[in-house]
Design a binder for this molecule. Structure first.
Ligand SMILES: Nc1ncnc2c1ncn2[C@@H]1O[C@H](COP(=O)(O)OP(=O)(O)OP(=O)(O)O)[C@@H](O)[C@H]1O
Length: 669
């Protein structure tokens, strides 16, 4: 007589799936009929064996079954055929596990974790945990229970009957001996299919890992990764070179096993915002440590600084060939005074941005030095640096130098046209020295270039986009030039996004001995040969031509000196100073003049600050209350002298007179 059993499931879908499973495995030996509670249940079901698909179904359908029939409530397990769908979800995704009752959900999660699906984080659909941000759900066939806000559903299919239940069935029909091994191999063949899929996936991952390893090995830096347990998981060839440890020795070891330098070990063990220099076996390396949120690994990068410097040097050599290189760095700007240090500190900050800078300062104070150092300290340091002295060229020539021209733009234009300095500085910095001297026509063109960041060559009809940082410098008071209508206010604001004032040498006399020493060295004199009296004279002098004048003076002294020591006797007469290239009258005012100057400048300052027009008449009136009463005629003379020193600015007509920054400096002294 043939054995037969009845399967009772809850839903139609479960009925189909489990029926199919039992048919495939036991169909040859046992007749199988099945019902679903949801569909139809006859009264008084009777058979050799009744299998309920779950406890719930047993409770629901129990009454329809003949009480004399033996029953089994099935143990269920996940459907191995569809489980690989879970591998498609990204590592560490939080998923909502959905089943019809809390117990069933709990059981599903438990089974998934037991069979190693641990790359996901499961939250029960019936738990009270906040799941607002959960977008993916996993369900064993219970799609109808999925909440609406879920965007992605992974149906891993109806759970199958577990092998333990299958063996109970065999046991019941006394078939275990005969069929046990066939059944278990039929059952496990399904699992083998799954393992095959997993191993395929594993292989793909391996290939990807290989590719990644090749990339990591090909990088010109040392790369090391450490996992959560502190074990090294990546150790590329450059790491081998820097440490002298082979990767096979390093992999799987902890950092203290590999590194003996306490400071390096400490650096590698803690989160770091910036890199730090270390010397490892003769290599100078900059070490960086990165740790990303959500990542189990810490990555460490070891950069060979000697090589980086060589690379920079090579890039610089390329630039040197074109001649467009910034020669000076901040360390070339000599001086220990507070004023200079502060100026350098600000300049370094300005270097960090790529915005335009306006540098203001008297002639010879080192404005070009600062422009060059700012470029070399900026992210554009490997790009060209072009300096143009705007006062050195006539307008037309300056225009064609700056913007270039097309072939045939004017008579005498070169064949093939010419690239302008803006175009040649592309990607880098252009330094426009003496910007106060350019004509209004060129100012208009320059404004357009800076605003639009594109140029049009002379005689050209197309705009060429450019990306250039503009640093401009002037020794003039641009605000006065604006007032006089000689400089465009809009251009002034475009240039003066960032601002740097370079102090005059008078304001930082303590720098004079250091500068003198430096210039002696530059002239080939290593000893300190300037005698004390001479040094005092040099320190007392006002240096209207600033550092350039000091530099020239040292060159002069070195040329004319007779003995080893340079003394005040070697100094030129006053007229030497007067012939320097300063915009000021360089001779020092006499003591009497100084008093007169102080008196008039003090009156001027008061009038200017009170916004009163400073006419000669008014200055004369005010002077009567001081130690230096002056007639209008005398005031005119003093003002002339003051103007020649650059201390005042005499406006045309009834404009009155204004004290300049230099005038204010004079007063402070
Ligand atoms: N702090 C300094 N240390 C060493 N040398 C300096 C320093 N400042 C200026 N110099 C030297 O002084 C000279 C004049 O400097 P620079 O040409 O930069 O001045 P500038 O302000 O641009 O002058 P100008 O307004 O006339 O163009 C240069 O030879 C420069 O090398």
């Amino acid at each position: 007589m043939h054995n037969s059993l009845t399967l009772i499931a809850g839903t139609l879908e479960t009925k189909h799936t489990l029926h199919q499973q039992l048919e495939e495995i036991l169909g040859e030996f046992i007749d199988i009929e099945s019902f679903a509670v949801d569909e139809f249940l006859p009264n008084n079901i009777h058979n050799d064996l009744i299998i309920y698909s779950s406890k719930l179904v047993e409770e629901e359908a129990g009454e329809a079954v003949d009480a004399k029939c033996p029953t089994i409530t099935a143990q269920r397990t996940v459907n191995y055929q569809h489980i690989d769908r879970l591998f498609e979800l990204p590592y560490r995704t939080t998923v909502l596990c959905v089943n019809d009752t809390p117990e069933m959900t709990k059981e599903t999660i438990h089974t998934l974790e037991k069979i190693g699906m641990n790359h996901l984080r499961y939250v029960s659909s019936q738990s009270s945990e906040n799941r607002k941000n959960i977008r993916t759900a996993v369900t064993p066939g219970e799609v109808s229970f999925i909440p609406r806000n879920i965007e992605k559903v992974v149906d891993i299919g109806v759970r199958l009957i577990d092998i333990t239940t299958l063996f109970e069935v065999l046991d019941h029909f006394k078939l275990q001996k005969r069929l046990g091994s066939i059944i278990s191999s039929r059952y496990t063949s399904k699992i083998i299919e799954l393992s095959k899929k997993i191993s395929e996936m594993h292989q793909k991952t391996q290939t990807l890992n290989e590719h990644l390893k090749q990339v990591v090995d090909g990088v010109n830096d040392g790369i090391m990764a450490v996992d959560l347990g502190g074990k090294v998981t990546v150790f590329n060839p450059f790491m081998e070179e820097y440490t002298g440890i082979s990767s096979s020795q390093a992999l799987g070891k902890t950092l203290p096993q590999l590194f003996k330098q306490p400071d390096l070990l400490q650096f590698l063990s803690q989160p770091q915002k910036e890199g730090r220099y270390f010397t490892m076996n003769t290599y100078n390396v900059m070490v960086y440590r990165f740790q990303w949120e959500d990542s189990d690994s810490v990555i460490m990068i070891f950069k060979n600084t000697d090589e980086t410097i060589t690379m920079e040097r090579a890039a610089r050599q390329q630039l040197t060939k074109t001649g467009y290189i910034a020669k000076y760095h901040f360390q070339d700007i000599i001086g220990e005074s507070m004023q200079l240090k502060e100026t350098k500190r600000i300049a370094k900050k300005l270097a960090a941005s790529e915005l335009p800078v306006l540098i203001q300062g008297e002639s010879g104070t080192g404005k070009e030095l600062f422009a060059s150092a700012i470029h070399n300290h900026s992210s554009l340091k490997l790009e060209p640096f072009l300096a143009v002295n705007c006062s050195a060229l006539p307008e037309d020539l300056l225009e064609s130098e700056l913007f270039g021209y097309e072939e045939g733009a004017f008579t005498g234009a070169k064949r093939g046209g010419k690239k302008g300095l803006f175009e040649q500085a592309n990607g880098g910095t252009i330094f426009l020295d003496e910007i106060g001297d350019i004509s209004l026509k060129l100012q208009a063109r320059l404004l357009r270039v800076i605003q639009e960041m594109e140029i049009r060559k002379i005689g050209g009809n197309k705009n060429i986009p450019i990306d250039v940082r503009v640093i401009a410098a002037t020794n003039k008071d641009l605000l006065h030039l604006i007032e006089e209508g000689k400089f465009r206010e809009d251009l002034y604001h475009r240039l003066k996004v960032l601002f740097l004032h370079v102090p005059s040498l008078r304001k930082r006399k303590e720098d004079i001995p250091t500068l003198v020493h430096q210039f002696l060295i530059e002239n080939g004199e290593r000893q300190q040969v300037v005698n004390l009296r001479l040094m005092k004279v040099l320190k007392d002098y006002q240096w209207p031509g600033n550092i350039r004048e000091l530099k020239n003076t040292i060159a002069y002294l070195m040329t004319v000196r007779e003995g080893r020591e340079i003394t005040e006797a070697d100094l030129p007469s006053q007229t030497f100073f007067q012939t320097t290239d300063s915009q000021f009258q360089p001779s020092q005012p006499s003591v009497l003049d100084q008093r007169k100057f102080t008196s008039v400048l003090t009156i001027l300052l008061k009038l200017n600050e009170g916004y009163e027009s400073a006419s000669r008449q008014k200055i004369s009136e005010y002077s009567r209350a001081t130690d230096y009463p002056l007639s209008v005629q005398q005031v005119r003379k003093v003002l002339k002298e003051l103007e020649s020193h650059g201390y005042v600015h005499v406006k045309r007509g009834r404009g009155g007179t204004e004290i300049t920054e230099s005038g204010k400096e004079f007063l402070q002294q």
